[in-house]
Design a protein around this ligand. Structure first.
Ligand SMILES: [Zn+2]
Ligand SMILES: [Zn+2]
Ligand SMILES: [Zn+2]
Length: 81
């Protein structure tokens, strides 16, 4: 059913503002690698306006064998200027 799919897709789009697109952790906490208190766990944005924890996207980019793509929308990965 196409209309149901669109409803789910738009909900996912809205939710990506509040959770990391890689680890799905909420942005009011920190990424899974930073459970220790005092860790600095900044958020970064891609050129395509998707937000991730910095450490998550650094791991993601280094895990890609060639050009990395945004985990959310598959555009070519670029940090937002
Ligand atoms: Zn993450
Ligand atoms: Zn972290
Ligand atoms: Zn994206």
């Amino acid at each position: 059913c196409a209309s149901l799919w669109h409803a789910v897709a738009s909900w996912t789009w809205d939710a990506q503002d509040e959770t990391c697109g890689i680890c799905r952790m909420a942005f009011d906490g920190c990424c899974p690698d930073c459970k220790l208190s005092g860790d600095d766990c900044p958020l970064i944005w891609s050129a395509c306006n998707h937000a991730f924890y910095l450490q998550c996207i650094l791991k993601w980019v280094s895990s890609q064998s060639s050009q990395a793509h945004c985990p959310m929308c598959r555009r070519e990965w670029q940090f937002k200027e």
